[in-house]
Design a protein around this ligand. Structure first.
Ligand SMILES: Nc1ncnc2c1ncn2[C@@H]1O[C@H](COP(=O)(O)OP(=O)(O)O)[C@@H](O)[C@H]1O
Ligand SMILES: CC(=O)N[C@@H](CCC(=O)OP(=O)(O)O)C(=O)O
Length: 286
């Protein structure tokens, strides 16, 4: 790079940093719930970039909460164990044998990978599932789905305790039933319930597409509830996007200020969304 171009690069970097100040002030003390989907979890390098963003947020006074998925990792383990699995409207039909694998993969492999990545960047992450400290109590979603749970009672006190200590909760989407059962919760649904219980300022749903697309394949940047209902009814919103948009509507209804569906594979996606005016993806506001 020529010296003149390098100077221009530094000036642009300095401008971006100084423009972040009002955003950092606005989000200081804010609660930001980030759902990291299995498809958005890339290489170790991408995970390290994500983890560094989360630690930066914590450093400037944001209270980040990570809720993760891990669908592709569960699929890989089920395949190894020769257990068949199917999805209905974006939710995995879950019998007892499948539930054991889901819990092992989510609370074990996936949760600890994220915890370690954040701690390697200088943060203090604590891995939990919705079963810890009665964070999420579930009722069955639909008898046809087996042990898939819908959160019906939340106790977010454990999260307040961790915020006070400047620790970063990393949560696997599992819940307890009234009779001691374990439920498999769709990651987006769990993130929405946690964001709702915290009355979060932002819920960021990180996925592998740049936002919610219309029938022409273009990302719709601002979405209303009516638009979501219409696009779901006509099939434009399908598969794994259904739990995301359903979650967005439920979260808004329970007091979350705004939900953003964005591409988690884009480097620094969370920082760009929170601290610059280059917000990406689809936003649904209260
Ligand atoms: N209208 C839509 N706009 C964008 N993506 C959609 C839409 N309808 C269905 N999808 C699908 O939803 C997927 C995201 O859901 P999913 O694969 O469950 O993500 P994650 O693993 O990140 O939770 C996209 O990759 C896309 O294939
Ligand atoms: C009920 C249900 O479908 N649970 C999900 C939980 C993981 C998840 O949501 O993972 P992603 O965010 O990566 O899709 C599952 O069993 O796959």
């Amino acid at each position: 790079m020529r010296k003149q171009d390098m100077n221009r690069d530094w000036i642009a970097t300095a401008r971006t940093l100084s423009q972040a100040l009002p955003y950092m002030q606005r989000y200081s003390g804010a609660r930001v719930v980030i759902k990291l989907g299995g498809h958005a979890m890339g290489s170790d390098e991408a995970m390290a970039t994500f983890a560094a963003d989360v630690v930066l947020m914590r450093q400037v006074g944001v209270n980040p909460v990570i809720v993760h998925g891990g669908g592709p990792m569960i699929n890989a383990m089920l395949e190894k164990l020769d257990i068949k699995s199917e999805f209905v409207n974006g939710k995995r039909v879950t019998d007892k044998a499948t539930m054991d694998v889901v819990e092992m993969v989510l609370s074990g492999l996936v949760n600890k990978r994220i915890v370690q990545a954040i701690n390697a960047q200088g943060g203090r992450a604590v891995g939990l599932s919705g079963k810890d400290a009665n964070l999420i109590e579930c009722i069955p979603t639909d008898p046809a789905l087996g042990l898939v749970g819908t959160p019906n009672k939340m106790d977010p006190r454990i999260l307040e305790t961790l915020f006070a200590q400047e620790m970063i909760p990393v949560i696997a989407p599992l819940g307890s039933g009234a009779n001691g059962e374990t439920y498999n919760i769709n990651g987006d649904t769990a993130a929405g319930a946690i964001a709702g219980a915290l009355k979060a300022d932002r819920l960021l749903l990180l996925t592998d597409v740049s936002g919610v697309k219309n029938a022409e394949g273009e990302v719709v940047t601002e979405m209303t509830a009516a638009q979501i209902r219409e696009m779901t009814a006509d099939g434009t919103i399908a598969g794994g996007m259904i739990p995301k948009t359903e979650t967005a509507l439920d979260a808004i209804a329970s007091g979350v200020r705004a939900v953003v569906i964005l591409d988690g594979r884009a480097p620094n996606a969370c920082l760009l969304e929170l601290f610059t005016d280059h917000g990406a993806g689809s936003i649904i506001r209260r």
